[in-house]
Design a protein around this ligand. Structure first.
Ligand code: MN
Ligand code: MN
Length: 468
């Protein structure tokens, strides 16, 4: 066979995935940097689901989105949103086609693994004051020790008023920390498996050490801390019972690597997809063919249950209300709809090759990862999209020059994970998983590639703009 024939045959028949930087145009490179600068601000602004939802609403309103009111008449090009209890956001840009033709959805989640305060958090031990925490989502507990932490959230008062708490985020403000054992005394702990080395009940936030009152009093440091909280927020200890306070890493998003090609931050999972899904929707200049919707959900990290999770009827209610304005039954809309379940996937990590299956793994800089199924073991807990759905998305991405790759979450027997995909699919919505590959997923500081962030934005836009 002639050399040129061989080359032609190879190019025509074999897949030939390339590093995204071998395809990216210079214009795209500049746009990517711009986009990522905005994303880093989004991350720093929205470190909790509440803050993230508020920022999404602010951004949407700035782009002409109006709060949806039941019964509202909706016309092509109208932009509406609903905020679910301050912790989730659903947005719709009404398309040219009726809702009986279905909607083009992107669903991402805005909750991230963290340490929640327990309902009775404040205590003193050995003249040090602490908050007890209960971790939220799948964390590797040892990663949360000896790093500066901030505290965000709300204290809901009996009066109905909400007090916003924000500690340790600004320059010059104090931070909180969870201490760790010194290596000199760590011999016994070192022998334990990683999963047991740091018991959940040792994840206690150090709050202070300076007592008030006379030396014959007890609980003086606890009282001193409560006094400070009272002065700053007007709350008393019992108010902490009706609070949602979350300890998150007190770090800002930043570029990683000498070439600045990566972004390190807390909460890429899944704000990296949430931002892409939101920004792409807000950037649609004209009314899409089908109605385009972006869903930013809470509670994914603990199973998508609850009133603000993706399993909540809040979503069905919102879409049903939109459908009612066109006399379309919800079920007719759902069965014609498509959802891109936009969630991060594991990036191949050369430091830990043993858990990955290189031929089906996502790699940094190879674009958005398409994931036919997630789940664990024999695909348990996966929606497992059909071949036609993968073909549909592949076609949309290729036509829009989106750089994409396949993805699986590690070796078959190594573990696994889930997303909101199955909850959308269970509603009779055709659904496929796709998202940004992440290094150190669920760690207090995760890493993604700028190129993959950008391609995911382009991917979301292409889904929203699809004619069919
Ligand atoms: Mn996720
Ligand atoms: Mn996750």
């Amino acid at each position: 066979m002639e050399k040129t024939d061989y080359k032609e045959l190879k190019e025509r028949l074999l897949s030939g995935k390339k590093n995204g930087y071998d395809k990216l145009s210079e214009a795209d490179c500049a746009a990517m940097e711009d986009y990522c600068a905005g994303y880093k601000v989004f991350l720093d602004t929205g470190k909790t689901e509440r803050l993230c939802a508020a920022e999404a609403v602010r951004m949407a309103e700035a782009r002409g989105y109006k709060p949806y009111v039941r019964g509202m008449a909706l016309r092509t090009g109208d932009k509406v949103y609903a905020c679910n209890r301050g912790k989730g956001v659903m947005l719709a840009h009404i398309g040219r086609k009726p809702l009986s033709e279905g909607v083009q959805l992107a669903a991402a989640h805005i909750d991230s693994p963290r340490l929640d305060l327990k309902p009775n958090p404040l205590y003193e031990d050995s003249e040090l004051a602490y908050f007890k925490t209960h971790y939220y989502g799948g964390i590797r507990k040892y990663q949360w020790l000896t790093i500066p932490l901030a505290l965000h959230g709300v204290v809901a008062l009996k009066s109905g008023e909400n007090v916003t708490v924000r500690i340790g985020e600004e320059e010059g403000e104090p931070r909180l920390v969870i201490t760790d054992l010194l290596p000199h005394l760590g011999a016994a702990q070192n022998k334990k498996p990683l999963s047991e080395a740091v018991p959940g009940e040792t994840l206690n936030l150090l709050l202070g050490s300076r007592p008030i009152g006379g030396e014959d009093e007890s609980g003086r440091v606890k009282l001193a801390v409560m006094k400070l909280l009272n002065e700053k927020y007007g709350i008393v200890e019992d108010d902490l019972t009706s609070a949602e306070l979350e300890a998150v890493p007190a770090v800002k998003a930043c570029d990683i690597g000498l070439d600045r090609s990566l972004i390190g931050a807390y909460g890429h999972d899944d704000r990296v997809c949430a931002y892409a899904a939101l920004k792409a929707l807000l950037d649609l200049d004209e009314a899409p063919a089908k109605t385009a919707m972006c869903i930013l959900a809470d509670k994914e990290e603990i199973g998508s249950d609850g009133v603000t999770g993706m399993q909540s009827a809040a979503f069905d209610t919102f879409v049903e209300d939109l459908c009612a304005s066109q006399d379309v039954p919800l079920r007719a809309c759902f069965e014609k709809s498509f959802c891109l379940s936009a969630d991060v996937t594991a990036a191949f990590d050369p430091n830990y090759p043993d858990v990955f299956e290189k031929r089906n793994e996502s790699f940094l800089n190879y674009g958005i990862g398409l994931c036919k199924y997630t789940g664990a073991r024999g695909k348990s807990g996966a929606s497992d999209a059909n071949a036609e759905t993968v073909a549909y998305v592949r076609n949309i991405f290729d036509r829009a020059n989106v750089i994409w790759q396949v993805s699986e979450l590690g070796k078959v027997d190594a573990g696994g994970g889930g997303t909101v995909a199955m909850y959308m699919a269970n509603r009779n919505i055709t659904t496929l998983d796709a998202g940004v590959p992440v290094l150190s997923m669920h760690a207090p500081f995760e890493t993604v590639s700028k190129l993959d962030c950008w391609e995911t934005y382009k991917a979301m836009k292409a889904i929203y703009q699809a004619e069919n």
